[in-house]
Design a protein around this ligand. Structure first.
Ligand SMILES: [Cu+2]
Length: 289
């Protein structure tokens, strides 16, 4: 009796712990309730199977326990049972995976009205860039990166001159506005993750990855790097502040544009900034990676 009772206790304990566990997700602060729904569905499917298997094992270890003179039968094939197992397993796996196809499709289909901003990751900090008044981010390339142009914005691209640079780990976003997050890295793999937004994406040097979401709660949230990226990985943290539209605009207006930050970097002179433009674009300038 010992084994069946222990099995039942393990099953019961696991289920009870799942419901009273002190570890659960932080309250959601974005539109991605779908992500939670699919995980909860997975918990249900795997939970039902787990309880079923435990009960079955407890029953078998009790019903077929050792008895004097009883002999086990050898039955290597049972097509009927195998069919049932195959069908039930397929239904379970399909239930877990199929909803993900719809959710993923949504996840990579950015709404047309979405705004955008860029996250630039480097060991071990976050910086950000917003499009300026023209609504367009300027093109960027590693060859333009230097001390005065850490974002590597193409100085010849007019779309980039009014880009707003956030050379700080804290970024603000307006509430209830869908936003496309473009992700770049200057060095190694990183991953931008705000747990409350239920959305994250790897950042791959040499390419621009993206995801989108709509912040739905005003507040301050931790942005974590979710890809082991070196000894400072644990400290690679940022802050996303979700503001009302008014507060967001007020904050954004205080941030320097690319043209301004270039001028500032070169002694507040617009004339000098033009010189940097031409310097930065010469091919032999240092590349930051
Ligand atoms: Cu990182």
């Amino acid at each position: 009796m010992f084994v069946p009772i222990m099995l039942l206790l393990v099953g019961l304990g696991t289920v009870v712990f799942h419901f009273i566990s002190p570890w659960w997700w932080t309250p959601i602060a974005s539109n991605w309730g779908y992500i939670d729904d699919t995980i909860i569905l997975t918990f249900w499917v795997t939970g039902v199977v787990f309880v079923g298997v435990i009960l079955f094992m407890a029953y078998c270890t009790y019903r077929y326990r050792y008895k004097e003179g009883k002999k086990a039968e050898y039955e290597p094939e049972n097509p009927k049972l195998e069919w049932w197992l195959t069908i039930l397993t397929s239904i379970g796996v399909a239930l877990m995976l199929a909803p993900g196809l719809w959710v993923w499709n949504d996840f990579v289909t950015v709404p047309e009205e979405a705004g955008e901003f860029e996250v630039l990751a480097k060991q071990w900090e976050w910086t950000y860039r917003f499009p300026g008044k023209d609504g367009k981010l300027g093109t960027s390339e590693p060859k333009y990166m230097n001390d005065k142009n850490p974002f590597g914005i193409n100085p010849k691209d007019n779309n980039g001159r009014d880009d707003i640079l956030i050379d700080d780990s804290e970024v603000h976003l307006p509430i209830n506005k869908p936003v496309k997050v473009l992700l770049r890295s200057t060095d190694v793999l990183h991953d931008f993750y705000v747990p409350q937004f239920r959305a994250k994406m790897d950042i791959v040097p040499g390419s621009v990855t993206f995801f989108w979401f709509t912040p739905t709660k005003i507040g301050e949230f931790d942005a974590l790097c979710f890809e082991l990226c070196g000894v400072g990985h644990h400290a690679m943290r940022g802050t996303v502040v979700v503001d009302s539209e008014k507060d967001f605009q007020a904050w954004l207006n205080e941030q320097p544009t690319f043209a301004q930050s270039l001028a500032e970097a070169d002694g507040d002179s617009e004339k000098n900034s033009n010189r940097i433009f031409s310097e930065a674009s010469s091919p032999d300038r240092g590349i930051a990676q």
